[in-house]
Unconditional design. Structure first.
Lengths: 97, 792
């Protein structure tokens, strides 16, 4: 009998009126921090108010991720090594995805 | 007999004897000769008459010796009281009083009596006192009273009159305070009493002191002072209750304010109030929110009494110190801060706004300068920006005053101005400056506990109302920003944005899913047209219409709250992964759409958090059963749509979850009469028979049908079930305490009653108390100050 029950079409129907749950987003860059502002990549740089769309991350061609605002600030700061990745000192260029 | 006759003769003389003082001499002689007894007999009969009409007018002692002699005579008479009794009963008649007051004799005699014999004097004084009291309180002015008073004043009884009059009026006042005024706080009574003194009492005194205005003024001042101090004493003793009644008790407070401004008894007030706080408020039996409520009322009441703030700061320190030791103070304070007026859905009664919420509203209205200035004084933190704000504001003010724009201005020592500004802070008339929030900050000498508590509570509230608009929080947050400074609320700001974004994303994404499903449907339908039979296709279409959404109800509309995890408090999840049920698939699909829309962002599910509103329909049964359960429970029951019977192991294959957790969750459905679990075969099956379902609803019926199975087994499964429930409760409690820090027994009980609905939480308070006690003995929980906390 049990096998019959187990295989047969169930007599139960579940009507879902609403399914509320919680998710969290990530850039998928792990728990790393932005080497410039020392804030988590999933967080936001001190300059921006909100993480996520308002504070996106970018990768250099060397695969080092930074907050976009942070790396722009670095590049535009006019210092000596501003054309290089702050981490590995390779010439900086944005990675194209 | 001879002697009696002698007395009679002597005393019946009606005309004054030619020789001055002769009569007195005779009396003295007779007395010393030993005719006293006979005199007494005669005296009893005639003394009153004689005294009234004959003797007193005739007795004119000419020197002190005579006075003393006469006194001795009267004294020796046992009934010497007859004299004053006569005098004072008769004094009430105008004529007698008049006569007496004109007769130097009576005056002298009485004086003599008073000077020589103390006990007599005492009695006389008592009878005068009685007389005065009787007269003073009569509504109409007693006739002849002024005469009497004249006489008494002549007799040097002035201090005595005053003393008795005071006693009498103050007694009356005390009666009035104790009967009419005590316990009545919602009307002013002081001015009534004062009026009574100024009119009624002073009129009486005016009879005594006639035109002695300065004297009258002095008396008035003295009496009013007495009234004030009595009133003050009464109200100070009642202050705790007056505070409870605030704001209805404002009239009483206004009166007290007037009194205490004269007496300067602020310290006494504070001392007495501290004592009643200690005795009635600051112990374990009182809940923290009640202490806070009393604190707020106290601050407001006392600021009303003493605008300078001295009373407040002297009295409430013990409360602040005590609150610091309570772990849920910040929690309760923030809850209060977030209690905005709204209609409670369940009960019809309106929720009153919290006192601290009112404060927030005020800072919204008036700006935050005062509050912030106080805060930085209290916290002594390096709140330079607050100071800067403050000073720059000051400077503006100075410019308005148009001081000459010289350099001197820069040298003005600002803190002095600040302090003077501060004294304005607690003006009760400007309630905007009376800032309760700063007192809460004072407890911790820092804003931090309040701010972090605010963050936690807001996060919890948002998580509990997933997909609800968060407008009310936006408003509160705005007010908080004004009150505490914007920089503290980055996290909260982000949380609220997450909520708003989530709503937008999910509408967007669900729309996309719906559309793409339609397209897929069409494609599939196109492909399958050839193979599928007409009927099947129609069925599909019908279904689609029925559900009004997708081709069938496989796709579940997920309404998620998508959080920026770093800015939210840590969530309490039960780990499980479901890629199998339609819920799991719907979530996966949602996440995919998200990563398409928001590339390269990804969505990670917190599967176990949330709330699912579902209805179970079982074929053959008419009414669907409604549940609101957490997503894990919903996921489990979804499996039984596919087939009616699952082995535990099978479920574990489909859903990644801890076996014990799974069993606990299954017990939920077992308890609700939806599933049946056979422990021997590890088989979970759907209950379809109506009768069975009903019987399963009752917990006691949860005994294996097979009676042959040992009773032991049955009880053990009962126990197990109970244990499973308790496990659920325990988990609830732990989660609540992790989120909220600490809770009182009633809070936990009520929350479980509210949230654990589906295995209806049916424990009595006693049973539940036992359960909590057990958790405490198991070192899981800690109990102190009336609240439970997690044992660290």
């Amino acid at each position: 009998m049990s096998t019959e029950k187990g295989n047969g079409k169930s007599r139960l129907k579940v009507k879902i009126n609403s399914w509320k749950t919680v998710g969290s987003w990530t850039w998928g860059a792990g728990d790393e921090i932005c080497a410039i502002c020392q804030m988590p990549l999933d967080g936001c740089s001190p300059e921006s108010n909100f993480p996520g769309d308002d504070c996106p991350i970018v990768y250099g061609s060397c695969d080092h991720p930074f907050h976009l605002v942070c790396i722009n600030k670095w590049i535009n700061s006019g210092g000596e090594a501003t054309d290089k990745c702050p981490l590995c000192r390779k010439a900086w260029s944005f990675r194209e995805d | 007999m001879e002697s009696e006759l002698a007395w009679k003769t002597l005393l019946s003389v009606t005309k004054p004897l030619p020789e001055k003082g002769g009569l007195i001499k005779s009396i003295i002689t007779l007395t010393t000769k030993g005719y006293l007894t006979s005199f007494l007999i005669y005296y009893q009969e005639t003394i009153e008459q004689i005294l009234r009409f004959k003797t007193i007018p005739l007795l004119v002692p000419s020197n002190l010796e005579q006075v003393l002699g006469l006194t001795q005579v009267l004294q020796t008479l046992d009934d010497c009281l007859a004299v004053p009794r006569y005098v004072f009963t008769e004094l009430r008649s105008y004529q007698v009083a008049n006569k007496l007051s004109k007769s130097p004799t009576a005056e002298m005699v009485l004086k003599g009596v008073l000077y020589s014999e103390k006990s007599f004097a005492k009695k006389l004084v008592a009878s005068i006192g009685h007389l005065i009291k009787e007269n003073l309180l009569e509504e109409t002015q007693p006739e002849g009273f002024d005469r009497l008073c004249d006489l008494l004043i002549k007799l040097d009884f002035d201090p005595l009159i005053q003393k008795y009059a005071y006693q009498c009026y103050l007694g009356k006042l005390r009666d009035r305070l104790n009967t009419e005024i005590k316990g009545v706080y919602d009307e002013t009574s002081l001015s009534d009493c004062e009026d009574w003194i100024k009119t009624f009492v002073l009129e009486r005194f005016a009879m005594v002191y006639k035109h002695n205005e300065t004297r009258l003024e002095k008396i008035k001042v003295e009496l009013v002072q007495q009234l004030m101090s009595q009133y003050e004493n009464l109200r100070i003793s009642e202050l705790f209750d007056i505070i409870i009644m605030y704001p209805e008790s404002i009239p009483a407070l206004t009166d007290l304010r007037l009194c205490i401004s004269h007496s300067n008894g602020y310290v006494r007030l504070a001392k007495s109030l501290c004592l009643s706080f200690q005795n009635r408020l600051l112990h374990q039996g009182v809940q923290t929110q009640d202490i806070l409520g009393q604190l707020f009322s106290a601050i407001r009441s006392l600021s009303h009494v003493d605008p300078s703030g001295t009373c407040v700061s002297l009295s409430i320190q013990p409360i602040l110190n005590y609150l610091k030791t309570r772990k849920d103070t910040a929690y309760c304070a923030v809850e209060n801060m977030m209690t905005f007026p709204k209609q409670n859905e369940n009960e019809e009664e309106e929720i009153e706004k919290g006192e601290l919420y009112e404060e927030l509203e005020l800072s919204l209205k008036f700006g935050s300068k005062h509050g912030l200035a106080r805060d930085s004084l209290i916290t002594r933190e390096n709140e330079f920006d607050d100071y800067d704000d403050y000073f720059s504001d000051q400077e503006d003010d100075d410019e308005e005053l148009d001081f000459e724009n010289d350099l001197e201005k820069k040298k003005i020592w600002k803190p002095i101005q600040r302090v003077s500004q501060l004294s304005l802070v607690v003006q009760p008339t400007q309630s905007k400056n009376l800032d309760l929030i700063s007192y809460i900050i004072q407890i911790y000498k820092s804003k931090e506990p309040i701010l972090s508590q605010f963050k936690t509570i807001m996060a919890n509230k948002l998580l509990n109302s997933i997909a609800q608009p968060a407008d009310e929080f936006i408003q509160i947050l705005e007010m908080m920003k004004i009150r505490f400074g914007e920089k503290h609320f980055k996290h909260c700001q982000i949380m609220l944005k997450d909520v708003a974004d989530s709503r937008r994303f999910s509408t967007n994404i669900n729309e996309r899913i719906k559309n793409s499903t339609k397209v897929e449907d069409q494609n599939e339908n196109d492909k399958e047209t050839e193979t599928e039979t007409e009927t099947e296709k129609e069925k599909e279409k019908e279904k689609g219409k029925e559900m009004g959404k997708e081709k069938n109800n496989d796709q579940i509309v997920i309404e998620p709250l998508i959080i920026s995890q770093l800015y939210w408090p840590e969530l309490n999840e039960e780990k499980f992964v479901d890629n199998y049920t339609r819920a799991g698939k719907s979530k996966e699909r949602f996440a995919n759409e998200f990563s398409v829309l928001k590339k390269p962002r990804k969505l990670l599910w917190k599967h176990s958090i949330g709330l699912v509103d579902l209805e179970l329909e079982i074929v053959g049964q008419e009414t669907p059963i409604k549940f609101k359960v957490n997503p894990l429970l919903a996921t489990i029951i979804l499996l039984f749509e596919e087939k009616e019977e699952w082995k535990i192991e099978e479920i574990l294959e489909k859903i990644e979850i801890d076996e014990n957790v799974l069993k606990n969750k299954i017990y939920f459905w077992v308890k609700n009469g939806v599933l049946r679990f056979n422990e021997e075969t590890n088989l979970v099956s759907l209950i379809v028979e109506k009768d069975e379902q009903q019987s399963q609803n009752s917990r006691l019926e949860f005994i294996p049908e097979d009676e042959s199975e040992s009773q032991n087994n049955a009880t053990s499964s009962l126990e197990k079930q109970q244990r499973a429930e308790e496990e659920v409760h325990k988990q609830f409690i732990i989660n609540m305490l992790t989120n909220l820090g600490q809770l009182a027994f009633d809070n936990i009980y009520d929350m479980l009653k509210m949230f654990v609905q589906d295995p209806p939480f049916d424990r009595t308070k006693e049973q539940f108390q036992d359960f909590l006690d057990r958790l405490v003995t198991q070192d899981l929980l800690e109990f102190g100050s009336g609240v439970y906390t997690l044992k660290k």
